[in-house]
Structure formats: structure tokens, C-alpha cells
Design a binder for this molecule. Structure first.
Ligand SMILES: Nc1ncnc2c1ncn2[C@@H]1O[C@H](COP(=O)(O)OP(=O)(O)O)[C@@H](O)[C@H]1O
Ligand SMILES: O=C(O)[C@@H](O)C(=O)COP(=O)(O)O
Length: 420
């Protein structure tokens, strides 16, 4: 089977987001978690495959090595073009990993230039004059400035990326994007001739991203968030109607939340306000050796099996700061991820068949703990938040892996109240 396009996502929920974008563009899409092995099989007839790594916050060398291995695997499945999916809020540190990974993927194919755009208009992310906006706020004024792992305190993309690469970075502005595909292609060539390697494009709408996608069709490596991936997907010769993977979805339901993003905190509040059972995990108590997992499972066993349950570590920025001050940022995150991963395995053992996970890192921990390696991408509950189905493990377990800031405030209640 030959893939039309391959994609490497730097976290697991980013993987579900971009896989949903390819599916919207009419491509039958599979999502593989973690670096694939030679023997990793794809469902028949896939046009696109997304390899979701956990490389957003790992050391640069590790992120580069994992991404190159994923690129080689995608090539071996026929993908001539590779899309590097990073966060629509450009989550990264001054060292990386967006710059180093993009450079490595380009070096591996001898690419001279690439196009970037993190815009994701359905989720309110737009780029204008090279500045990234989250709804009506600059990125640096948005709640992302409090992110637990990658606080984003600058909004100027050329400056942010320049700090992560030794190559030249330049802006392709909105007036050029509005002039259409040929104007964008010409501008990319002109930038390349003047020594620029990373061209960052403005985009305000899906229409802008369709122009950019069509202009980027011949570039071996393209980078950005789900919006540009969808634009690129639409530019491929029609793949036929989107393969709507809608598998049976019923049985016990649970939400595990480790995201501290503003939107996740709203979703938790709405779940609670709807009178549904929820439990907050005491991370500091767990660190002192209390059996927080045993307590959570005992609580879960007392709940009405017909109602979804929510178990969360998510905390407000003040609470988070207190835990991080005591345990250290990395240690706190590792403990929370271990707690939620272990709980996921126990909940599935106890019969949970629909599991919603909030948070990118958290989703990585949960899928790893469950041993889920590949899923088929199904229908979206909200933009960028699809149901996915573990077809090879856990007998069709339905998983929804939600980026922290994605989904409407009522998502938890709505997604788990519906059954097929
Ligand atoms: N109470 C807490 N104390 C410390 N760290 C926490 C707490 N709750 C969650 N975290 C950590 O915060 C991080 C949130 O990241 P992530 O799951 O990617 O969410 P998002 O998608 O919102 O970025 C995770 O590493 C998680 O383990
Ligand atoms: O592009 C996006 O915004 C998402 O796909 C994404 O990657 C968000 O990351 P998390 O909030 O860490 O899940």
C-alpha cells in the first residue's frame, strides 16, 4: 500500500488533531502512537498516516532521532512528502524542538526551503504579520503564558523560530497569501534564493491555508499545525469520500484529565455542574506515598456504572505552582502522568469502553500505559477532537485524546452522553 502523505506529530493529541484534518480533506487516515517498528502494520487503503511522537518536550537529540526514524518508516510506506505537525500555539523552548526537528527532516531529504504556518482558524489560532494570536489575544497575553511545560511568552514567530535554528527565517505576509497560489510559490522561491530556509506564512482563514497548501504541494517537508495539513490534504488529487470510521461506541465511560489548560478547567467545571461524578487527585499526597490510586478505584467502584466518571489532576495556575515548587516541574509532571496512566489501565480492566483523555502529555502517558499502538480516526466531536478506535488492542476501545485547549466547554458531558 502506498501512502500519499506522511505526518509526524510532536505529541499524541496533536496527532489526533492533524489526523482529523487529513480525514476532513478526504484522506483515509491512520494514527500510529510512538516510533513505529518495521513490522507495524497500517489498516488497508490508507492515504495518510500520522506518527504521533512524544517529542515536544524531550531533549533535542532524542526528538530529532525519533522524528528521523518516523520519517524513514513513512518513506518505506511510500510517503513522498512529510508534514511535521507542531502545536498551533507553537509550544516549544528556546532550544527546540520545532527548529531542530524541521532542520533534521529537511537535511534528510536535501530540502532547501520549507513553509511553516501554525494557524488553526477553527480553534481561533491565526497568524498576522508573523504574530500568533489565540482568539483575540496575542499568544503571549493568552493563558498559554502559564503552560506547565512550555510557557509561551513571545508571539513573534520569526523571532521564536530564529532562536531554534542556525538558518535564516523570514515572513511571507498576508498580502502575498491573498494574491494566491502562484504568488506564494514565487515568494517561497525568492526567499530561498536570498538564503532563507524557513518561510513562516501569515494565515487568517481556512481559505488562506488552502492557498498555502496548494503552494506547498511540491515541498518535501512542510510544517505547522492542523490547518495547513488540511490545506495540503485538499491539494492532493481527490481521495474519494472521507472514510468515515464509525465503529460501535458504548459501554462504561470515563474522563482522565491531566491538562491544566484554561479550556480543560472549564470542561471539568461543566461536568461537575451537570451533577456527574468527579474526583480530584491529590498529587502531593501521592508523592508522600498515600495510595491515591487505590482510593480513586474504590471511589470509582461506588459510582453508578451508567454515568461517566471524571478523575483529574488538573489544577489552577496557583495550585500548579505550589505543587511544582514542592516537587519540581519535571518530577510533578512525571508523577501525574504515571498516576493517570496506571488509572487508565485499571479503568479499562474494570470495563471502561469509552475513554476521554484531556491533555497532550497526559494522552501520551495513557495510550502508552494501555499499550495502544495504532488507531483508526473517526468522527469529530469538536474541531480537532475526533473519536478514535483501537482496532488491534482492547477490542475496539473508543478513545478521545483531547488537546488541553480544544473542545467546547460542554465537550465532556456531550461526548460521553451520546452513544451509537
Ligand atoms: N496537579 C498537577 N501538578 C503538577 N503537574 C500537573 C498537575 N496536573 C497536571 N500536571 C502536568 O501538567 C502537564 C499538562 O500537560 P498536557 O497533558 O500536555 O496538557 P495540555 O494539553 O493542556 O498541554 C502534564 O505533564 C501533567 O502531568
Ligand atoms: O495544534 C494544536 O493546538 C493541538 O493539536 C496541540 O498540539 C495542542 O497541544 P496540547 O494542548 O499539549 O494537547
Amino acid at each position: 500500500m502506498t501512502l500519499r502523505i506522511g505526518c509526524i506529530a510532536d505529541d499524541f493529541t496533536g496527532g489526533t488533531d492533524v489526523a482529523a484534518a487529513f480525514r476532513r480533506a478526504g484522506l483515509r487516515t491512520a494514527l500510529v502512537f510512538g516510533a513505529p517498528e518495521d513490522t507495524t502494520a497500517l489498516p488497508a487503503g490508507c492515504d495518510a498516516a500520522v506518527v504521533a511522537l512524544k517529542s515536544r518536550s524531550t531533549p533535542v537529540d532524542e526528538a530529532v532521532a525519533d522524528s528521523l526514524a518516523a520519517q524513514r518508516w513513512l518513506w518505506s510506506r511510500g510517503a513522498a512528502q512529510v508534514y511535521f505537525k507542531y502545536c498551533s500555539t507553537f509550544d516549544s523552548t528556546p532550544q527546540g524542538n520545532i527548529g531542530p526537528v524541521t532542520d533534521a527532516l529537511m537535511d534528510a531529504v536535501g530540502a532547501g526551503v520549507t513553509l511553516h504556518c501554525p494557524a488553526s482558524p477553527p480553534n481561533g489560532r491565526t497568524v498576522y504579520q508573523g504574530h500568533l494570536f489565540v482568539h483575540d489575544q496575542l499568544l503571549s497575553d493568552s493563558p498559554l503564558r502559564h503552560h506547565p511545560l512550555n510557557p509561551m511568552t513571545d508571539s513573534a514567530l520569526v523571532r521564536l523560530l530564529s532562536a531554534q535554528t542556525r538558518h535564516h527565517v523570514a515572513l511571507l505576509d498576508w498580502s502575498t497569501v491573498r494574491r494566491g497560489v502562484a504568488a506564494v510559490r514565487d515568494a517561497v522561491v525568492a526567499h530561498q534564493q536570498s538564503g532563507v530556509r524557513h518561510v513562516i506564512a501569515d494565515a487568517l482563514t481556512d481559505e488562506d491555508l488552502a492557498v498555502l497548501g496548494a503552494a506547498a504541494l511540491e515541498l518535501p517537508v512542510v510544517a505547522g499545525a492542523a490547518g495547513l495539513a488540511e490545506g495540503l490534504g485538499h491539494a492532493y488529487p481527490a481521495a474519494g469520500p472521507a472514510a468515515a470510521e464509525t465503529l460501535p461506541r458504548d459501554g462504561r465511560a470515563a474522563v482522565l484529565a491531566g491538562s491544566c489548560s484554561a479550556r480543560t478547567l472549564e470542561q471539568i467545571a461543566q461536568f461537575y455542574a451537570a451533577g456527574l461524578p468527579s474526583l480530584h487527585l491529590d498529587v502531593l499526597a501521592a508523592a508522600t506515598g498515600r495510595d491515591v490510586i487505590g482510593e480513586a478505584l474504590a471511589w470509582n467502584d461506588e459510582q453508578d456504572p451508567d454515568l461517566p466518571v471524571l478523575i483529574y489532576a488538573s489544577a489552577s495556575s496557583d495550585e500548579l505552582a505550589a505543587v511544582q515548587a514542592q516537587l519540581g516541574v519535571a518530577e510533578a509532571a512525571a508523577r501525574v502522568e504515571e498516576l493517570l496512566g496506571t488509572l487508565a489501565a485499571h479503568l479499562v480492566e474494570r470495563g471502561v469502553r469509552r475513554l476521554l483523555v484531556a491533555g497532550g502529555e497526559t494522552s501520551g502517558a495513557v495510550t502508552t500505559a494501555l499499550g495502544v499502538r495504532a488507531v483508526l480516526v473517526g468522527e469529530e466531536a469538536d474541531p480537532g477532537v475526533p473519536w478514535t478506535y483501537a482496532t488491534t488492542e482492547h477490542d475496539g476501545l473508543a478513545l478521545m485524546l483531547k488537546s488541553g485547549n480544544f473542545g467546547a466547554p460542554d465537550l465532556f458531558v456531550r461526548a460521553l452522553a451520546e452513544t451509537e
